[in-house]
Design a protein around this ligand. Sequence first.
Ligand code: C5P
Length: 331
Amino acid sequence: MRPRPALPVVRLAPAKLNLTLAVLGTRPDGYHELHSVMVPLALSDVLSVDLAAGGDDTLHVTGADAGPLASNLVLRAFAIARQTVAGNAPTPALAARLEKRIPVAAGLAGGSSDGAAALDAAFAAWGADTSPAERLAAAAALGSDVPFFLADGPALIEGRGERVTPLRGAAGPEPGVLLVTPRVVVSTPAVFVALDAGGEGAAPDPRSTRASSEHLAAELRTGLRSADLLARAGVLAVANDLAGAAAVVVPELRAFRRGLLRLLGRPVGISGSGPTLWALYPSQVEAAAAATRVEAALADRTLVAPGAGAPAVVATFILARPAPVTTGRPE
Ligand code: C5P
């Protein structure tokens, strides 16, 4: 057992962005084989975990758009963490507070990130020792997008999402990201079904996305400058095999993406199965200026978004891998 940390345990749960997303095929288990370069964003939920006063795990969610408690992965993560520890340490009930800042059901994996943070916080709160293999198994049991967050930085994701290879990320100033999330519901399973059906507009070119994804992963493995990543934005914005299928599920997404592209004058991609649209900038400051322009265009209706209510518009940046902790002692 590890010594118990000071409670509550507080964890940041970052959003993710798919810079590429190649779907290589279907698997016997019904899931899809992926090849995706994913990066964490500064935009994060905040999870705080303490021991509960009663016998049950509890969750209190605050934030603009918390979503239904029943579909929150934090409580499921606690249950899976308890099975993982399996009697090797006491696992008293936990009380979680979650501050939601990441738009819900947006293709930004906010819920999956909360789940990954909840696994980590539960193990820490219990002082439970777990191996990397146990953590990976727990994360994969929680959802396909969860293992990525174990990498704590840019990573190549393969398999169903359970094969995670950390990448070095772009060197230099952290690239800014503009996120625009229209208030439309895009069900991930429905997008995969539309992809498999291969109707008009849904089917991607099976080779080009994979080539773009493999190329970016190779470049990020050896180290790529931020400026070079930005220069790839046009290629990355079309390197998502789910984009066409997402637009089949929500047809208005196509026109909205075109409108955003015209307004911003730069490539606009879609994250995961959507509906979040993204554009890259040299810095968060420039992404924030673009966010102001988008807000203004939405207000005067030169840009019209689908869905009930105004889209969430957020300026953030790509998180670099945290620097290794140095002890200050000589080697
Ligand atoms: O694993 P998770 O429950 O997050 O996946 C949600 C849905 O997304 C699955 O039910 C499946 O329809 C689809 N999916 C897939 N292939 C993946 C990941 C997700 O088909 N690699």
